[in-house]
Design a protein. Structure first.
Ligand SMILES: *[C@@H]1O[C@H](CO)[C@@H](O)[C@H](O)[C@H]1NC(C)=O
Ligand SMILES: *[C@@H]1O[C@H](CO)[C@@H](O)[C@H](O)[C@H]1NC(C)=O
Ligand SMILES: *[C@@H]1O[C@H](CO)[C@@H](O)[C@H](O)[C@H]1NC(C)=O
Length: 971
C-alpha cells in the first residue's frame, strides 16, 4: 500500500484498525494473564489446605488443565473459573485472599469442611458471585460489610460457623438476595432495620445467635418471605397483633427460645400458607387463637414452655379448632398453664397426627379412649398432669407408638396387657401413678423398648422375667418404689446393654443373682430398700462401667467382696444397713469415705481411717480346711472333656486339685438357667452341716468369677467312681459301651443306703431336710458300690419348730423329676417328707423292675405303681428285671410263674431254695416299693420303718443265698 496521498477515509480506517488491534492485544493479554491468575489463585488455595484425607488435590497438578481439576468448573469461552465446589471433603485449612482474584466465578461452595480463617475481604472483588456456601465450617471474624457490593448475590449461607459481630446493614444493597442463612454463629446486635428493603428475600434464618432487641417491624413487610427463623436469640418484646397480614407466603415461622411476651398474634391465621410454627420457650401468655383451624397447611405447631392457658377449660378451645387442620402432624403445648378437662375433641385430630405432647400442665379428666383413632401416633406424652381413670385398653391399637409417657398423673387400675401390641415402643413411662397389679407378661413383645419407667406405683407380684429378659433395654429399667416381691430373676443378666437398673424400694428377697454380672454396661444400679439376703456377689466386679451402686437397707451378710475396689469408675457405694462383716477394703471407691456409706453394719472393721471403723483385731483368719480348693485352681483343672454329667441347672466335671489326691466332682452351675442360683443356694445350705456315709460329701461351695470375669458358682464333691445308679440301671440308654448290671444284693444294698440317707435327712440331722429330687440319676455309687444320695438343688430345709412341715416348691424343679414326684406335689405345690417317701418307692420299683416311671407304657392310665402292684406276688416274672434272676434258675422260672409256685411247694433242694429265696426277696422289696408309692401320703410308711424291713429282707436273703459270706458292711 502506498501512502502518498492519505485521505480522510484511510486515516479514519487506520485509526479504527489500530484501535481494534490494540484492544484485541490488550484483551488477549488480559485473558492469558487472567487464566494465570486463576491458576495461581487455585494453587494458593491448595497451599492453604493442611489436610486433604480424600485426596481431592491429587488432580490439581500441571499435567491437567486447571479447568479439569476436581471441584473446578470453567466458562466454555474464556476458560475462566466459574465455580469452586469442594463440599464435605473433610478439608482443613484457611481460605486465602487470592480467591478474590477469580473475577469470573459465580459459585463458591466450601460447605461442611473445617476452614478456620476469616472470610477474606478480597472475595468482595468477585462481582459475578451469585452463591456463597460456607456453612458448616469454623469461620471466624465478621461478615464483611463489603459483601454489600456483590449485587448479584442470591444466596448467602454462613450457618454453623463461629462468626461474630453484627449483621452489616450494607447487606440491604443485595437486591437479588433470596436466601440469607447465618444461624448457629455468635452474631450480636440487632437485625438491621435495613433488611426490610430486601424485597426478594425468601429465607431469613438467623437463629441460635446472640441477636437481641425486638424483631424490626420492617421484616414483616417483606411479602416474599417464606421462612423467618430467629429462634434462640435474646430477643424480647411482644409481637404486634397484625404482623401476619403482610406475610401471605410465610410457611415457616420460628421464633422459639427468645423472650417474646404478650399474647400470640391473632393474625397468625392470616398467614394462610403456614406449615410450621414454633413459638416455644418464650413468655407468651393468655389464649391461643381459636381460629388456627384456618391454617390448612399447618403441619407443626409448637407452643410448649410458655405461660399460655389458665385453669379453665376454655383455654383449651384452640384444640377443637385445630381438629380442622387436616395436615397437622405435630402438636406440642407442654409446659404451660393449661388446666381444665381435656376436650374429647382431641380424638378428632387429623389422623396424620404423629406427635402430641401436652405434659407439665394441670389438665384433668380421663384419657379419651377415642384417641385410639389416631393410628399414626408415634409419640404421645401427657406426663405431669392431673389425669385420672384407667389407661385405655384401646391404646393397644396405636401400633406405631414409639414413645408413650403417662408418668406423673393419677392413673389407677392395671396396666392393660394390650400394651404388648405396641411392638415399636421404645420409651414407656408410667412412673408416679396409682397403678396396681402386676406387669403384663405381654410386654415381652415390646422388643424395641430401651427405656421403661414403672417406678412409684402400687405394682406388685414377682418381677416378670419377660421384663428382665428384654435385651433391647439399653437406657433404663426403673421398677423402684412398688411392691414387687420374690427374687430378682436371673434373667437380669440378659440386660446386656442397660445403663441404669433401679429395683429399689420393693419387697424383693432372696440372693442377688450372680447373672447380674452379665449386665456389663450397667452404670447405675439401685437395689436398696429390699430384703435381699446372702452375700454380695463378687460378680459385681465384672461390671466394669459401674459408677453408682446402692445395696443399702437389705439383709446382706458376709464380707464385702474385695473385687469392688477394682471397679475403676465406681464413685458411689452405699452398703449401709445390712449385716456385713469383716474387713473393709482400702482401695478404689473405698479410699474416699464421702463416696461410701457403710453405717448400720456392726461387724465391719478396718478400711481407711476416715471411716472410723474399729481395727480388725487379727486378720480375719477363717478356719480354712486344708483341702478347701481355691477357685482358680478349680477352673484350671476342670477340663470339659471331663464332663461326667449334666442337668438343667448344672454340669458336673471330674476335676483334680493339687491339695487332694483323689479326684473330685465339680458341679458348675449354669447361671443362665432360671432357678440355678436357688438350686445352688439350696444345695449349699442343705449340705452345710450334714454328714452321712450315704450322702455325697460336699467339700465346698464356690461363688466367684471365672477367668473371663463371669460369675461362677460351683459345688465341689467327692468324686463317685461308679457314676450314677441311672447309668447302671439303663446302661444302653445312657450310651454306656460296657454292658454292666447290678446284682440283687448290690441293688438291695443301694436301696438300703438310699433309705438310710433319707432317714437321716428326715429324722436325724437337726433341721429336717426334704430332698425333693430323688431319682436314679441322683444316686451315685462310689468305688465300693456304696450309694450316695446327691443333688440337693431342690432341697428344702425346715425348722423343727415351725408348725407346718410344708413349704412351697417351684414348678421349675418339679419338671426335672417327673415320674418320681409325689402326686400331691402337683396339686398343692407343697413338699413334704411323704413326698420323698413316694419318690423312694418309685426308685425301688424302678431298681427292681428296670422300668422307668416315665416309660411309654405308663403314659396312659396305668402307672409303674399299679403295674407292679397288679402283678404281685404271682406274676413276678412279668415285672422283674430279668437280669436279677441267676442264669441257672432263669430257665426254671421263665416259662410260667405257676411252675415256680409248684416247685416252691414240692421241691426242697438247694436250687429251689435259692429260687424261692430270690423270689421272696424280690416280692418283699417290690411290696415295699408299692407301699411307698401309694397315692395317699397318709398311707405311706416312714423311712425309719422301711429301713427295718429292708434289713430284715437282706438278712433273710443273705442267710440263704450266701450263708458263708461275711456280713456285708452296709450301715
Ligand atoms: C479436560 O479434559 C477433557 C477430557 O480429558 C479434554 O477433552 C479437555 O480438553 C480438557 N480441558 C482442558 C481445558 O484442557
Ligand atoms: C459433612 O460431610 C460429611 C462427609 O462427607 C458427611 O458425612 C456429613 O453428613 C456432612 N454433614 C453435613 C451437615 O452436610
Ligand atoms: C487483596 O486485595 C487488596 C486490596 O484490593 C490487594 O491489595 C491485595 O493484593 C489483594 N490480595 C491478594 C493476595 O490478591
Amino acid at each position: 500500500m502506498k501512502f502518498n496521498q492519505p485521505n480522510l477515509y484511510t486515516l479514519v480506517h487506520l485509526q479504527v484498525f489500530l484501535f481494534f488491534s490494540i484492544n484485541l492485544a490488550c484483551l488477549q493479554a488480559n485473558a492469558s494473564s487472567g487464566k494465570e491468575t486463576d491458576q495461581l489463585a487455585l494453587l494458593k488455595f491448595k497451599q492453604g489446605i493442611t489436610s486433604d484425607p480424600q485426596g481431592i488435590f491429587n488432580s490439581w497438578n500441571d499435567s491437567l488443565h486447571f479447568c479439569n481439576w476436581t471441584g473446578i468448573t470453567c466458562g466454555r469461552r474464556h476458560q475462566r473459573i466459574t465455580s469452586l465446589v469442594l463440599e464435605g471433603q473433610n478439608l482443613f485449612g484457611s481460605i486465602p485472599p487470592h480467591i478474590g482474584n477469580m473475577l469470573f466465578w459465580r459459585l463458591i461452595n466450601l460447605q461442611n469442611n473445617t476452614f478456620r480463617s476469616e472470610i477474606p475481604l478480597n472475595l468482595t472483588r468477585c462481582s459475578q458471585l451469585k452463591m456463597i456456601y460456607l456453612q458448616w465450617n469454623n469461620l471466624t471474624g465478621k461478615i464483611p460489610a463489603e459483601l454489600g457490593s456483590l449485587t448479584k448475590l442470591e444466596k448467602l449461607a454462613f450457618y454453623h460457623n463461629n462468626l461474630t459481630g453484627e449483621i452489616p446493614p450494607s447487606l440491604d444493597n443485595l437486591s437479588s438476595l433470596r436466601v440469607f442463612t447465618a444461624r448457629e454463629n455468635n452474631l450480636e446486635g440487632s437485625i438491621p432495620n435495613e433488611m426490610g428493603r430486601l424485597k426478594s428475600l425468601n429465607i431469613f434464618s438467623v437463629g441460635v445467635n446472640r441477636l437481641s432487641g425486638i424483631i424490626s417491624p420492617s421484616l414483616f413487610n417483606i411479602t416474599s418471605l417464606s421462612s423467618l427463623a430467629v429462634s434462640l436469640n435474646q430477643r424480647s418484646g411482644s409481637l404486634p397483633d397484625n404482623i401476619c397480614f403482610t406475610l401471605p407466603n410465610l410457611q415457616t415461622f420460628i421464633i422459639d427460645g427468645n423472650y417474646f411476651s404478650g399474647p400470640i398474634p391473632n393474625s397468625l391465621s392470616n398467614a394462610s400458607q403456614l406449615q410450621m410454627v414454633a413459638f416455644s420457650s418464650n413468655n407468651f401468655v393468655g389464649q391461643v387463637p381459636t381460629n388456627l383451624g384456618n391454617l390448612q397447611s399447618l403441619r407443626w405447631l409448637n407452643l410448649e414452655f410458655n405461660n399460655l392457658g389458665s385453669n379453665s377449660s376454655n383455654y383449651l378451645l384452640f384444640l377443637t379448632s385445630l381438629t380442622n387442620c387436616s395436615n397437622l402432624e405435630t402438636l406440642h403445648f407442654s409446659g404451660n398453664n393449661f388446666g381444665g378437662v381435656l376436650p374429647d375433641s382431641v380424638a378428632n385430630f387429623s389422623t396424620r397426627l404423629t406427635t402430641l405432647h401436652l405434659g407439665a400442665n394441670q389438665i384433668t379428666g380421663i384419657i379419651p379412649a377415642a384417641m385410639e383413632n389416631l393410628v399414626n401416633f408415634i409419640s404421645l406424652n401427657i406426663e405431669d398432669n392431673l389425669f385420672t381413670g384407667f389407661i385405655p385398653d384401646q391404646f393397644g391399637k396405636l401400633q406405631k407408638l414409639q414413645a408413650l409417657s403417662f408418668g406423673v398423673n393419677r392413673l389407677s387400675g392395671q396396666i392393660p396387657s394390650s400394651i404388648g401390641n405396641l411392638t415399636q415402643l421404645s420409651i414407656f413411662s408410667l412412673l408416679e401413678n396409682k397403678l396396681k397389679g402386676s406387669i403384663p407378661s405381654s410386654i415381652r413383645n415390646c422388643q424395641h423398648l430401651y427405656g421403661l419407667y414403672f417406678s412409684a406405683n402400687k405394682l406388685s407380684g414377682e418381677l416378670p422375667k419377660e421384663v428382665l429378659g428384654l435385651t433391647s433395654l439399653s437406657q433404663i429399667l426403673n421398677l423402684s418404689q412398688n411392691s414387687f416381691n420374690g427374687n430378682l430373676p436371673t434373667e437380669v443378666g440378659k440386660l446386656k446393654n442397660i445403663n441404669i437398673l433401679d429395683v429399689s424400694e420393693n419387697n424383693l428377697s432372696g440372693e442377688i443373682p450372680g447373672t447380674i454380672g452379665d449386665s456389663l454396661t450397667l452404670e447405675y444400679l439401685h437395689m436398696q430398700g429390699n430384703f435381699f439376703q446372702g452375700t454380695i456377689p463378687s460378680c459385681f466386679a465384672s461390671l466394669r462401667g459401674l459408677q453408682h451402686l446402692d445395696l443399702s437397707r437389705n439383709n446382706l451378710s458376709g464380707q464385702i467382696p474385695k473385687d469392688l475396689q477394682e471397679l475403676p469408675y465406681l464413685q458411689y457405694l452405699n452398703l449401709s444397713f445390712n449385716d456385713l462383716e469383716g474387713e473393709v477394703p482400702k482401695r478404689g471407691v473405698f479410699i474416699n469415705a464421702s463416696a461410701l456409706s457403710l453405717i448400720g453394719n456392726n461387724k465391719l472393721c478396718g478400711g481407711v481411717t476416715e471411716l472410723g471403723l474399729p481395727k480388725c483385731a487379727t486378720r480375719m483368719m477363717k478356719k480354712v480346711k486344708s483341702h478347701t480348693p481355691k477357685l482358680v485352681v478349680v477352673t484350671a483343672y476342670v477340663v470339659p472333656l471331663n464332663l461326667i454329667g449334666s442337668g438343667s441347672f448344672s454340669s458336673v466335671y471330674k476335676g483334680f486339685l493339687p491339695q487332694v489326691e483323689r479326684p473330685l466332682a465339680v458341679k458348675v452351675l449354669n447361671l443362665e438357667q432360671t432357678g440355678a442360683i436357688k438350686s445352688f443356694m439350696a444345695e449349699c445350705n442343705a449340705l452345710g452341716n450334714v454328714r452321712h456315709r450315704n450322702l455325697v460329701k460336699r467339700i465346698t461351695c464356690c461363688s466367684s468369677l471365672d477367668y473371663k470375669s463371669y460369675a461362677f458358682k460351683a459345688l465341689i464333691f467327692e468324686y463317685m467312681g461308679n457314676g450314677s445308679l441311672e447309668k447302671w440301671l439303663h446302661p444302653c440308654e445312657e450310651g454306656e459301651n460296657q454292658k454292666r448290671s447290678l446284682n440283687l444284693l448290690q441293688r438291695l444294698n443301694i436301696a438300703i443306703g438310699v433309705a438310710s440317707a433319707l432317714h437321716y435327712l428326715h429324722d436325724l440331722c437337726g433341721k429336717p431336710i426334704i430332698h425333693c429330687g430323688l431319682k436314679p440319676s441322683n444316686v451315685l455309687l462310689d468305688d465300693d458300690m456304696v450309694a450316695h444320695v446327691s443333688d440337693f438343688g431342690l432341697a428344702k430345709l425346715f425348722s423343727i419348730n415351725s408348725n407346718s412341715s410344708l413349704s412351697q416348691t417351684s414348678t421349675t424343679g418339679i419338671k426335672g423329676i417327673v415320674g418320681y414326684v409325689a402326686p400331691e406335689y402337683g396339686m398343692s405345690g407343697l413338699t413334704s417328707k411323704e413326698g420323698d417317701v413316694y419318690s423312694y418307692g418309685i426308685l425301688v420299683l424302678e431298681m427292681f423292675s428296670k422300668r422307668r416311671p416315665t416309660d411309654e407304657m405308663f403314659k396312659e392310665g396305668i402307672n409303674l405303681h399299679d403295674f407292679v402292684k397288679a402283678a404281685l406276688p404271682k406274676r413276678l416274672l412279668q415285672i422283674v428285671d430279668p437280669t436279677l434272676l441267676p442264669r441257672e434258675i432263669a430257665n426254671e422260672v421263665c416259662e410260667d410263674d405257676e411252675i415256680v409256685e409248684a416247685k416252691e411247694t414240692n421241691h426242697h433242694d438247694n436250687l429251689s431254695r435259692v429260687i424261692v429265696n430270690v423270689r421272696q426277696c424280690l416280692v418283699s422289696i417290690l411290696e415295699i416299693g408299692v407301699a411307698f408309692s401309694l397315692e395317699s401320703p397318709m398311707e405311706r410308711k416312714n423311712m425309719a420303718d422301711v429301713l427295718k424291713e429292708l434289713h430284715l429282707i437282706k438278712k433273710t436273703f443273705m442267710d440263704i443265698q450266701m450263708p458263708r459270706n461275711k456280713p456285708m458292711e452296709d450301715d
